[in-house]
Design a protein around this ligand. Structure first.
Ligand SMILES: Nc1nc2c(ncn2[C@@H]2O[C@H](COP(=O)(O)OP(=O)(O)OP(=O)(O)O)[C@@H](O)[C@H]2O)c(=O)[nH]1
Ligand SMILES: [Mg+2]
Length: 646
């Protein structure tokens, strides 16, 4: 069954509570003080079923001092019943409440001219004209304007019919975001514990769900649920819900907190928004102004940072701004909020969140920030997603970050990500999203770094992956690094060899002298077989005599070592110990001999150091490093003081 929230609105004493009672039979003034003073102080609730639509009523106080309470309920309404007493006409809170409804984006409703029994038709016509004028050009233009009397029951049936019609036409709640219940009431129920109530603005809650109360982050369990005063196993968007919570005391919960699935949302203190300033606001909104922000059921103090060139948003105008909140809230893009002046408390503006995880904007970045918000304001879901990914830069946006930033369900997020990838704006780097632009930029930087390395070190095989990661990807997620590397290898630009990366076009260009030196070095080790010289000895021999001293000699020796490194890179030579190198062929022959020995010595394939020395024909000085090398290479494995030949 469709569930719709109907909110009352209107000036104090205009008959809102009486009207709700005439419709539902429920007196929504539940506090003793309300009954004593005959005014509504805090939100009241009632329900009614009409033609297959469930209406949840939120009755709000009209007193100007309690607008903040009105706002704790007004955020969740689908349909407004704007109440104007026929004997008084439009009054200040009629206008303020109506402004609030407009700023919150309420889309449908009707006007109720209450206390119709107290006036004659002339006066009623006058008030009707006044009401028509008020709603002219607004979302209520053309909506029913009905005369009613809670006292005599006049017009109540017509009002019900109008409510049923408007409710059935009211647009369904968006299904794209995860469950959120801004808490508007908290109490303890004897024998049950903490109970919170609120309008479930999105998603579903089911008995037994693990949830989280934000911004505190307290984990709670849904022990029981009530919708419209009856026990239920599940509640869905658009319903007034009472939730019995386990794992928390009522004293730890406050109005304005948000109940949501655990680990999905991240509290924030900077909201980027588009703001509409009321024409009747006493002064423009300016940077540093301290204001009250009403978001969901919460009221938070904030400082404004106007992002308009003029540095202000004038009454009657719209513009972009940041709200720097004095305490954290759970907030999402597209949520509406109301801004009231700090003192006196007065509604001056309202707006829509564009990015709930804003970053402080510095002076010189204002124009860019404004341009980004302008794009966000008109973005489709996939464009919005792409813009959030773009903001994350080279770091990339993890799936969980994207989920927290948008509040989207997994399916909606998946769709937007696919669409953005299809539109060519976002790359999915193993589950971390990066803008195509960042991805390309990092790819180019990687190629540039490698090209520079080849130029600097023509004798080097390439750049170690680790060095590259530190230089180019220090601000990127490891997934982004791997994706860029894979992309560049697949495109044929890079070749990865073990821990080193090189440009595929890179070839060692050796001078004939260097080639000769390399060949001589190789021959020295090949001939030496298992009795290799130290590197210095080999270099001396290869050069054909001792080198001259001095700095020139040092750099010459440096160069010769690089030539020798080429033999290691090509695996013609192997480093077995700190200054112990063997030619590959000598090692291969030795391995062969070991395996022959093993084959002839039963199933254990064991060998001890003494036998190894005999087989290899080496002294202990070489035997131990060689055996350790074979262990590392998985040719042998230690077993006590012996080794198994694998
Ligand atoms: N004659 C007459 N009196 C009414 C009617 N509706 C309400 N009243 C009276 O007007 C007074 C205020 O009514 P409420 O329903 O409490 O007004 P309200 O708008 O809820 O006031 P707040 O919640 O304090 O803003 C009460 O004394 C009601 O009895 C009506 O249709 N006819
Ligand atoms: Mg009332």
């Amino acid at each position: 069954m469709k569930s719709i929230i109907v909110g009352t609105a209107g000036h104090i004493d205009h008959g809102k509570t009486a009207l709700v009672r005439a419709l539902t039979g429920v007196d929504a003034d539940r506090l003793p003080e309300e009954k004593r003073r005959g005014i509504t102080i805090d939100l009241g609730f009632a329900e009614l079923e009409l033609d297959g639509v469930r209406l949840g009523f939120i009755d709000v106080p009209g007193h100007e001092r309690f607008v903040k309470n009105m706002l704790a309920g007004a955020h969740g309404i689908d349909v407004v019943a704007l109440v104007i007493a026929a004997d008084e006409g439009v009054m200040p809170q009629t206008r303020e409440h109506f402004d609030i409804c407009r700023l919150l984006g309420v889309r449908s409703g009707m006007v109720c001219l209450t206390k119709a029994d107290m006036v004659d038709t002339d006066l009623l016509d006058l008030v009707r004209a006044e009401a028509e004028e008020l709603i002219d050009g607004s979302f209520l233009e053309g909506a029913p304007v009905l005369a009613v009397s809670a006292r005599t029951g006049f017009g109540v049936e017509e009002l019900k019919a109008a409510l049923a019609r408007v409710a059935s036409q009211a647009p369904a709640r968006s299904l794209g975001t995860i469950a959120r219940l801004p808490v508007d009431r908290v109490f303890t129920m004897r024998g049950f514990g903490a109970v919170v109530t609120g309008t479930l603005v999105a998603g579903e809650i089911t008995e037994g769900d693990e949830m989280e109360l934000l911004p505190a982050g307290a984990r709670v369990r849904v022990r029981g649920l009530q919708v419209h005063n009856s026990q239920t196993r599940g509640a869905s968007a658009g319903q007034r819900v009472a939730v019995n919570l386990g794992g928390i005391e009522a004293a730890q919960i406050e109005r304005g907190m948000v109940l949501a699935p655990p680990g999905r949302l991240r509290p924030t203190q900077i909201l980027d928004a588009r703001i509409d300033v009321l024409a009747g606001a006493p002064r423009p909104l300016r940077t540093r102004m301290r204001v009250r922000v009403h978001l969901g059921a919460a009221e938070i103090l904030a400082r404004l940072r106007v992002l308009e060139e003029a540095g202000e948003i004038a009454p009657g105008k719209s513009g972009f701004a940041q709200l720097r909140l004095e305490s954290p809230v759970a907030a999402l893009p597209h949520e509406r909020f109301i801004i009231r002046s700090y003192s006196p408390s007065q509604t001056i503006a309202g707006g829509r969140i564009l990015d709930a995880q804003g970053l402080k904007v510095r002076g010189r970045d204002v124009a860019r920030a404004r341009e980004r918000l302008a794009r966000l304001a008109d973005a489709t879901a996939s464009e919005e997603f792409a813009l959030f990914v773009e903001t994350a830069g080279a770091q990339g946006l993890r799936r969980a970050d994207a989920a927290a930033r948008t509040g989207w369900t997994d399916e909606v997020l998946e769709d937007a990500a696919k669409k953005a990838a299809g539109e060519g704006t976002v790359v999915d780097a193993e589950g971390v999203f990066v803008s195509r632009e960042s991805f390309e930029r990092i790819s180019q930087a990687t190629l540039g770094e490698i090209a520079a390395h080849h130029k600097r070190e023509p004798l080097s095989r390439g750049l170690p992956r680790e060095t590259l990661r530190e230089q180019i990807f220090s601000h990127s997620a490891p997934e982004v690094f791997r994706s860029v590397m894979t992309h560049l290898e697949k495109s044929g630009a890079l070749v990865s060899e073990k821990e080193v990366v090189r440009a595929s076009a890179h070839k060692l260009s050796l001078s004939s002298g260097d080639t000769a030196l390399r060949d001589r070095l190789e021959k020295i080790y090949k001939d030496a077989a298992l009795e290799p010289p130290t590197l210095d000895e080999a270099l001396d021999v290869a050069r054909g005599g001792a080198a001259a001293g001095g700095a020139g000699a040092r750099s010459a020796r440096e160069h010769e070592r690089k030539i020798f490194q080429l033999l290691l890179d090509s695996r013609s030579m192997e480093r077995v110990g700190p200054d112990l190198f063997f030619h590959r062929e000598a090692l291969d022959r030795l391995v062969e001999k070991l395996r022959e020995h093993a084959a002839g010595h039963g199933p254990e394939r064991l060998i001890d150091v003494a036998t190894f020395k005999t087989i290899a024909g080496v002294t202990r000085k070489y035997a131990i490093p060689l055996l350790e090398y074979f262990d590392r290479e998985r040719i042998t494995r230690r077993a006590g003081d012996k080794r198994i030949i694998l």
